[in-house]
Design a protein around this ligand. Structure first.
Ligand SMILES: [Zn+2]
Length: 165
């Protein structure tokens, strides 16, 4: 099946129980732990196969090469696409379907005032992610959009802001 709408803030594969709302009768949905996400994605440049684990510290996708304490997952194809395109390293970006093996929490880098709530469905975990498969038919952002994002990240870096891990 082709990926659903890759627009920002659209959950690609919503939880079938709560239909992506994350809540049922105002209680967090137990099936998706309140995320509304059925399947998570992880963008990277690393070559992985089903069953591989992505460990915290495996790679720091953005910014300087510090040890990452967390691994990042998202429920939107758009955010995973950014992860793949902006990842450090050589070669093409890749997007994997992943299953968190431990608790996840909102990614604070993407849940500030600019994005109230967690509309990009970006989460982080201290536990590894298990790769369940690679998504092969995704489309990258346009060269102009990608350049604008890279320029923006570069500007933030000069300002001493480590924007995104
Ligand atoms: Zn749910």
């Amino acid at each position: 099946m082709a990926p659903a709408d890759p627009s920002p803030f659209v959950v690609t594969d919503p939880c079938p129980v709560c239909h992506g709302r994350g809540a049922i009768d105002e209680q967090p949905c137990a099936t998706c732990h309140g995320t509304g996400v059925h399947r998570f994605y992880h963008g990277t440049k690393a070559e992985l196969k089903p069953g591989d684990l992505i460990e915290p510290g495996f790679s720091s996708n953005f910014g300087k090469r510090k040890q990452a304490t967390y691994v990042y997952v998202t429920g939107t194809l758009d955010a995973a696409t950014w992860g793949a395109e902006l990842a450090l390293g050589e070669g093409r970006g890749r997007i994997y379907r992943v299953e968190p093996t431990g608790p996840i929490e909102d990614d604070p880098n993407l849940t500030d005032k600019k994005f109230p709530g967690n509309p990009t469905k970006s989460y982080r975990s201290r536990e590894p992610l298990r790769v369940s498969g690679e998504l092969t038919d995704w489309q990258g952002h346009s060269p102009e959009t990608l350049k604008a994002m890279k320029d923006n990240l570069e500007r933030l870096k000069r300002l001493g802001v480590e924007a995104i891990d």
